[in-house]
Design a protein around this ligand. Structure first.
Ligand code: MRU
Length: 344
Protein backbone atom coordinates (compact mmCIF):
# COMPACT_ATOMS: atom_id res chain seq x y z
CA UNK A 1 0.00 0.00 0.00
CA UNK A 2 1.64 3.24 -1.09
CA UNK A 3 -0.87 5.83 0.09
CA UNK A 4 1.75 8.53 -0.43
CA UNK A 5 -0.49 11.37 -1.64
CA UNK A 6 -1.21 14.21 0.75
CA UNK A 7 -3.59 16.98 -0.28
CA UNK A 8 -2.68 19.31 2.60
CA UNK A 9 0.78 20.08 3.93
CA UNK A 10 2.19 22.80 6.12
CA UNK A 11 5.67 23.76 4.97
CA UNK A 12 7.73 26.48 6.65
CA UNK A 13 5.12 29.14 7.22
CA UNK A 14 2.74 28.44 4.35
CA UNK A 15 -0.04 25.99 3.68
CA UNK A 16 0.38 23.84 0.58
CA UNK A 17 -2.76 22.59 -1.12
CA UNK A 18 -2.65 20.05 -3.93
CA UNK A 19 -4.74 21.58 -6.71
CA UNK A 20 -7.26 18.75 -7.17
CA UNK A 21 -8.83 20.48 -10.19
CA UNK A 22 -5.69 19.64 -12.17
CA UNK A 23 -5.47 15.96 -11.28
CA UNK A 24 -4.65 13.49 -12.71
CA UNK A 25 -2.86 15.44 -15.45
CA UNK A 26 -0.80 17.71 -13.20
CA UNK A 27 0.36 17.47 -9.60
CA UNK A 28 0.67 21.10 -8.55
CA UNK A 29 0.72 22.43 -5.00
CA UNK A 30 -0.56 25.98 -4.47
CA UNK A 31 1.06 28.09 -1.75
CA UNK A 32 -1.62 29.51 0.49
CA UNK A 33 -0.39 32.32 2.68
CA UNK A 34 -3.58 34.10 3.72
CA UNK A 35 -7.01 33.24 5.02
CA UNK A 36 -8.62 34.75 1.90
CA UNK A 37 -6.55 32.50 -0.36
CA UNK A 38 -7.64 29.50 1.74
CA UNK A 39 -11.31 30.49 1.48
CA UNK A 40 -11.00 30.93 -2.31
CA UNK A 41 -9.39 27.47 -2.57
CA UNK A 42 -12.19 25.81 -0.60
CA UNK A 43 -14.84 27.52 -2.74
CA UNK A 44 -13.11 26.66 -6.02
CA UNK A 45 -12.60 22.97 -5.07
CA UNK A 46 -8.80 23.18 -5.08
CA UNK A 47 -9.30 21.25 -1.86
CA UNK A 48 -12.50 19.27 -1.32
CA UNK A 49 -13.87 16.40 0.71
CA UNK A 50 -15.38 17.03 4.14
CA UNK A 51 -12.41 16.19 6.43
CA UNK A 52 -9.93 17.92 4.09
CA UNK A 53 -12.06 21.07 4.14
CA UNK A 54 -12.06 21.00 7.96
CA UNK A 55 -8.28 20.55 8.17
CA UNK A 56 -7.71 23.35 5.64
CA UNK A 57 -9.97 25.63 7.65
CA UNK A 58 -7.96 24.89 10.81
CA UNK A 59 -4.70 25.89 9.10
CA UNK A 60 -6.48 28.91 7.60
CA UNK A 61 -7.22 30.11 11.16
CA UNK A 62 -3.46 29.97 11.84
CA UNK A 63 -2.87 32.20 8.77
CA UNK A 64 -5.62 34.58 9.88
CA UNK A 65 -4.26 34.80 13.43
CA UNK A 66 -0.74 35.48 12.19
CA UNK A 67 -1.87 38.43 10.14
CA UNK A 68 -4.39 39.78 12.69
CA UNK A 69 -1.86 39.54 15.55
CA UNK A 70 0.68 41.48 13.46
CA UNK A 71 -2.02 44.05 12.75
CA UNK A 72 -2.82 44.49 16.43
CA UNK A 73 -1.61 42.46 19.38
CA UNK A 74 -4.44 43.97 21.45
CA UNK A 75 -7.38 43.69 19.04
CA UNK A 76 -6.57 40.50 17.06
CA UNK A 77 -9.37 38.52 18.74
CA UNK A 78 -11.94 41.03 17.60
CA UNK A 79 -10.41 41.39 14.11
CA UNK A 80 -10.24 37.66 13.43
CA UNK A 81 -13.98 37.28 13.96
CA UNK A 82 -14.79 38.44 10.43
CA UNK A 83 -12.27 35.92 8.99
CA UNK A 84 -13.93 33.09 10.91
CA UNK A 85 -17.37 34.10 9.65
CA UNK A 86 -16.15 34.14 6.03
CA UNK A 87 -14.38 30.81 6.49
CA UNK A 88 -17.48 29.18 7.94
CA UNK A 89 -19.47 30.23 4.87
CA UNK A 90 -16.97 28.91 2.30
CA UNK A 91 -18.98 25.70 1.70
CA UNK A 92 -22.25 24.93 3.47
CA UNK A 93 -22.74 21.15 3.61
CA UNK A 94 -19.62 19.58 5.15
CA UNK A 95 -19.97 20.09 8.90
CA UNK A 96 -16.28 19.30 9.43
CA UNK A 97 -15.66 22.93 8.51
CA UNK A 98 -17.58 24.42 11.45
CA UNK A 99 -16.42 21.56 13.69
CA UNK A 100 -12.78 22.51 13.02
CA UNK A 101 -13.54 26.21 13.53
CA UNK A 102 -15.13 25.45 16.90
CA UNK A 103 -11.99 23.59 17.97
CA UNK A 104 -9.85 26.56 16.89
CA UNK A 105 -12.21 28.97 18.66
CA UNK A 106 -11.54 27.11 21.91
CA UNK A 107 -7.83 27.98 21.58
CA UNK A 108 -8.60 31.58 20.54
CA UNK A 109 -10.70 32.02 23.69
CA UNK A 110 -8.06 30.57 26.01
CA UNK A 111 -4.76 31.83 24.60
CA UNK A 112 -2.56 34.44 26.23
CA UNK A 113 0.05 36.24 24.09
CA UNK A 114 1.02 35.14 20.56
CA UNK A 115 -1.83 32.88 19.35
CA UNK A 116 0.07 31.34 16.43
CA UNK A 117 1.99 28.50 18.18
CA UNK A 118 -1.02 27.06 20.06
CA UNK A 119 -3.32 27.46 17.06
CA UNK A 120 -0.78 25.72 14.86
CA UNK A 121 -0.54 22.93 17.44
CA UNK A 122 -4.32 22.48 17.38
CA UNK A 123 -4.47 22.45 13.56
CA UNK A 124 -1.67 19.89 13.44
CA UNK A 125 -3.54 17.72 15.95
CA UNK A 126 -6.79 17.91 13.96
CA UNK A 127 -4.81 16.84 10.89
CA UNK A 128 -2.97 13.96 12.57
CA UNK A 129 -6.05 12.71 14.41
CA UNK A 130 -7.94 12.56 11.14
CA UNK A 131 -5.36 10.19 9.65
CA UNK A 132 -5.46 8.00 12.77
CA UNK A 133 -9.27 7.96 12.72
CA UNK A 134 -9.22 6.86 9.09
CA UNK A 135 -6.89 3.96 9.84
CA UNK A 136 -9.11 2.83 12.71
CA UNK A 137 -12.20 3.09 10.51
CA UNK A 138 -10.36 1.12 7.84
CA UNK A 139 -10.13 -1.86 10.21
CA UNK A 140 -13.70 -1.52 11.54
CA UNK A 141 -15.17 -1.25 8.05
CA UNK A 142 -13.08 -4.09 6.61
CA UNK A 143 -14.37 -6.39 9.40
CA UNK A 144 -17.91 -5.95 8.08
CA UNK A 145 -17.02 -7.39 4.67
CA UNK A 146 -17.52 -11.13 5.03
CA UNK A 147 -17.38 -12.42 1.45
CA UNK A 148 -14.43 -11.38 -0.73
CA UNK A 149 -15.56 -9.61 -3.88
CA UNK A 150 -15.84 -6.30 -5.69
CA UNK A 151 -17.35 -3.20 -4.05
CA UNK A 152 -18.84 0.00 -5.43
CA UNK A 153 -17.81 3.47 -4.27
CA UNK A 154 -18.87 7.00 -5.18
CA UNK A 155 -17.05 10.34 -5.38
CA UNK A 156 -13.59 10.58 -3.82
CA UNK A 157 -13.09 9.73 -0.16
CA UNK A 158 -9.40 8.91 -0.16
CA UNK A 159 -6.23 10.64 0.95
CA UNK A 160 -7.17 13.58 -1.23
CA UNK A 161 -10.46 14.13 0.61
CA UNK A 162 -9.00 13.75 4.12
CA UNK A 163 -5.80 14.21 6.11
CA UNK A 164 -4.66 10.91 4.60
CA UNK A 165 -5.68 7.26 3.99
CA UNK A 166 -9.35 8.10 3.49
CA UNK A 167 -12.75 7.21 4.90
CA UNK A 168 -14.62 4.92 2.49
CA UNK A 169 -11.44 4.55 0.46
CA UNK A 170 -9.58 3.80 3.71
CA UNK A 171 -11.93 0.87 4.34
CA UNK A 172 -11.36 -0.26 0.77
CA UNK A 173 -7.57 0.03 1.24
CA UNK A 174 -7.64 -2.02 4.48
CA UNK A 175 -10.08 -4.56 3.06
CA UNK A 176 -7.99 -5.01 -0.08
CA UNK A 177 -4.88 -5.78 2.00
CA UNK A 178 -6.96 -8.31 3.97
CA UNK A 179 -8.24 -9.78 0.67
CA UNK A 180 -11.84 -8.98 1.54
CA UNK A 181 -12.16 -6.56 -1.39
CA UNK A 182 -10.88 -7.89 -4.68
CA UNK A 183 -11.70 -4.95 -6.98
CA UNK A 184 -13.45 -1.60 -6.98
CA UNK A 185 -16.10 -0.13 -9.23
CA UNK A 186 -15.89 3.67 -9.05
CA UNK A 187 -18.56 6.01 -10.35
CA UNK A 188 -17.38 8.90 -12.52
CA UNK A 189 -19.18 11.38 -10.22
CA UNK A 190 -20.50 14.10 -12.50
CA UNK A 191 -19.93 16.95 -12.92
CA UNK A 192 -16.51 17.32 -11.27
CA UNK A 193 -15.49 13.72 -11.95
CA UNK A 194 -14.04 13.08 -8.50
CA UNK A 195 -14.41 9.36 -9.27
CA UNK A 196 -12.62 9.19 -12.60
CA UNK A 197 -10.01 11.86 -11.86
CA UNK A 198 -9.29 11.28 -8.17
CA UNK A 199 -10.53 7.91 -6.87
CA UNK A 200 -9.33 6.01 -9.92
CA UNK A 201 -5.98 7.80 -9.66
CA UNK A 202 -5.51 6.96 -5.99
CA UNK A 203 -6.50 3.32 -6.47
CA UNK A 204 -4.30 2.87 -9.52
CA UNK A 205 -1.31 4.28 -7.62
CA UNK A 206 -1.96 1.72 -4.87
CA UNK A 207 -2.30 -1.16 -7.33
CA UNK A 208 -5.93 -1.82 -6.41
CA UNK A 209 -7.93 -2.95 -9.47
CA UNK A 210 -10.48 -0.28 -10.37
CA UNK A 211 -13.14 -0.13 -13.10
CA UNK A 212 -14.94 3.08 -13.87
CA UNK A 213 -18.70 3.21 -14.43
CA UNK A 214 -20.94 6.08 -15.43
CA UNK A 215 -23.08 7.28 -12.53
CA UNK A 216 -26.16 5.95 -14.28
CA UNK A 217 -24.75 2.40 -14.60
CA UNK A 218 -24.85 1.71 -10.85
CA UNK A 219 -28.22 -0.06 -10.53
CA UNK A 220 -27.43 -2.22 -13.55
CA UNK A 221 -24.02 -3.04 -12.07
CA UNK A 222 -25.73 -4.27 -8.89
CA UNK A 223 -28.00 -6.45 -10.98
CA UNK A 224 -25.20 -7.86 -13.10
CA UNK A 225 -22.21 -8.28 -10.77
CA UNK A 226 -21.74 -9.82 -7.31
CA UNK A 227 -21.49 -6.53 -5.40
CA UNK A 228 -21.90 -7.11 -1.66
CA UNK A 229 -21.24 -3.59 -0.44
CA UNK A 230 -21.58 0.00 -1.57
CA UNK A 231 -19.08 2.02 0.50
CA UNK A 232 -19.30 5.82 0.61
CA UNK A 233 -18.21 8.77 2.77
CA UNK A 234 -20.30 11.58 4.22
CA UNK A 235 -20.34 15.36 4.41
CA UNK A 236 -22.74 15.59 7.32
CA UNK A 237 -24.62 13.02 9.37
CA UNK A 238 -27.68 14.17 11.31
CA UNK A 239 -28.37 12.97 14.86
CA UNK A 240 -30.83 10.38 13.51
CA UNK A 241 -28.33 8.89 11.04
CA UNK A 242 -29.51 10.60 7.83
CA UNK A 243 -26.45 11.14 5.64
CA UNK A 244 -25.59 14.00 3.29
CA UNK A 245 -23.01 13.00 0.71
CA UNK A 246 -22.14 13.63 -2.94
CA UNK A 247 -25.14 13.87 -5.24
CA UNK A 248 -26.00 10.38 -6.44
CA UNK A 249 -25.43 8.70 -3.08
CA UNK A 250 -29.18 8.51 -2.46
CA UNK A 251 -29.68 6.84 -5.87
CA UNK A 252 -27.07 4.26 -4.88
CA UNK A 253 -28.76 3.57 -1.53
CA UNK A 254 -32.17 3.08 -3.18
CA UNK A 255 -30.68 0.77 -5.81
CA UNK A 256 -28.67 -1.12 -3.18
CA UNK A 257 -31.78 -1.84 -1.10
CA UNK A 258 -33.64 -3.01 -4.22
CA UNK A 259 -30.82 -5.45 -5.05
CA UNK A 260 -30.02 -6.67 -1.53
CA UNK A 261 -26.62 -4.94 -1.56
CA UNK A 262 -25.31 -3.66 1.81
CA UNK A 263 -24.74 0.06 2.21
CA UNK A 264 -21.84 1.36 4.36
CA UNK A 265 -21.12 5.00 5.25
CA UNK A 266 -17.65 5.73 6.61
CA UNK A 267 -17.06 9.04 8.38
CA UNK A 268 -15.23 10.35 11.45
CA UNK A 269 -17.32 11.61 14.37
CA UNK A 270 -16.36 15.15 13.28
CA UNK A 271 -18.86 14.62 10.42
CA UNK A 272 -21.74 13.94 12.83
CA UNK A 273 -23.84 17.03 13.52
CA UNK A 274 -25.66 16.30 16.78
CA UNK A 275 -27.29 19.74 16.64
CA UNK A 276 -29.60 18.76 13.82
CA UNK A 277 -32.20 16.12 14.40
CA UNK A 278 -32.69 14.93 10.82
CA UNK A 279 -31.39 15.27 7.29
CA UNK A 280 -34.11 17.78 6.45
CA UNK A 281 -32.08 20.40 8.28
CA UNK A 282 -28.86 19.79 6.35
CA UNK A 283 -28.06 22.69 3.99
CA UNK A 284 -27.47 21.21 0.54
CA UNK A 285 -25.03 23.21 -1.58
CA UNK A 286 -26.18 24.17 -5.06
CA UNK A 287 -23.42 25.22 -7.41
CA UNK A 288 -23.36 27.11 -10.72
CA UNK A 289 -25.45 25.91 -13.67
CA UNK A 290 -22.34 26.19 -15.84
CA UNK A 291 -20.79 23.23 -14.02
CA UNK A 292 -23.24 20.90 -15.73
CA UNK A 293 -24.19 22.80 -18.88
CA UNK A 294 -20.68 22.60 -20.27
CA UNK A 295 -18.06 19.93 -19.78
CA UNK A 296 -14.58 20.06 -21.23
CA UNK A 297 -13.79 17.31 -23.68
CA UNK A 298 -17.08 16.87 -25.47
CA UNK A 299 -19.70 19.00 -27.15
CA UNK A 300 -21.91 21.04 -24.92
CA UNK A 301 -25.64 20.40 -24.82
CA UNK A 302 -28.40 22.80 -25.76
CA UNK A 303 -27.50 26.35 -24.84
CA UNK A 304 -29.67 29.00 -23.18
CA UNK A 305 -31.45 26.62 -20.85
CA UNK A 306 -31.42 26.44 -17.09
CA UNK A 307 -29.88 23.73 -14.94
CA UNK A 308 -30.26 22.52 -11.38
CA UNK A 309 -26.98 21.56 -9.78
CA UNK A 310 -27.35 20.32 -6.19
CA UNK A 311 -23.98 18.80 -5.33
CA UNK A 312 -25.09 16.71 -2.37
CA UNK A 313 -28.17 14.68 -1.45
CA UNK A 314 -29.48 13.19 1.76
CA UNK A 315 -29.86 9.44 2.23
CA UNK A 316 -32.34 8.46 4.94
CA UNK A 317 -30.92 6.38 7.78
CA UNK A 318 -33.40 3.60 6.97
CA UNK A 319 -31.45 2.80 3.77
CA UNK A 320 -28.09 2.56 5.56
CA UNK A 321 -26.81 -0.74 6.98
CA UNK A 322 -23.73 0.57 8.77
CA UNK A 323 -22.13 3.86 9.75
CA UNK A 324 -18.46 3.33 10.54
CA UNK A 325 -16.70 5.90 12.76
CA UNK A 326 -13.44 5.88 14.71
CA UNK A 327 -15.53 5.46 17.88
CA UNK A 328 -17.20 2.31 16.60
CA UNK A 329 -19.71 0.93 14.13
CA UNK A 330 -23.41 1.74 14.19
CA UNK A 331 -25.51 -0.94 12.54
CA UNK A 332 -28.97 0.09 11.27
CA UNK A 333 -28.49 3.63 12.57
CA UNK A 334 -30.99 5.25 14.90
CA UNK A 335 -30.77 8.37 17.05
CA UNK A 336 -29.94 6.34 20.20
CA UNK A 337 -27.29 4.23 18.52
CA UNK A 338 -25.59 7.30 17.06
CA UNK A 339 -25.68 9.04 20.45
CA UNK A 340 -23.98 6.05 22.07
CA UNK A 341 -20.86 6.80 19.98
CA UNK A 342 -20.34 9.87 22.13
CA UNK A 343 -21.02 8.37 25.53
CA UNK A 344 -18.51 5.51 25.51
O1 MRU B 1 -17.85 18.33 -3.50
P1 MRU B 1 -16.83 17.48 -2.79
O2 MRU B 1 -15.83 16.87 -3.71
O3 MRU B 1 -16.20 18.22 -1.63
O4 MRU B 1 -17.68 16.29 -2.17
C1 MRU B 1 -16.99 15.29 -1.47
C2 MRU B 1 -17.87 14.20 -1.00
O5 MRU B 1 -19.08 14.24 -1.15
C3 MRU B 1 -17.24 13.08 -0.22
O6 MRU B 1 -17.90 11.89 -0.47
C4 MRU B 1 -17.34 13.40 1.28
O7 MRU B 1 -16.80 14.67 1.55
C5 MRU B 1 -16.66 12.41 2.10
S1 MRU B 1 -14.92 12.57 1.92
C6 MRU B 1 -14.09 11.68 3.01
Amino acid sequence: MIDDVRAIEWQGDVLLLLDQRQLPKKTIYLEIDSVDAAIASIKALVVRGAPAIGITAAYAVVLAARSRYRESAERWRELIREDLIKLAAARPTAVNLSWALQRMQGIIDAVDGDPVPPLFGEARQIHENDIKANQTMGDYGADLIKNPGPVLTHCNTGSLATGGYGTALGVIRSAYVQRRVTAVFATETRPWLQGSRLTAWELQRDGIPVSLITDSAAAWLMQQKPIEWVIVGADRIAANGDVANKIGTYNLAVAARRHGVNFMVVAPTSTIDRDISSGEQIPVEERAETEILGTAGYAEGVVDIGAWNPVFDVTPASLIDAIVTENGVVLEPTRDRIERLFTK
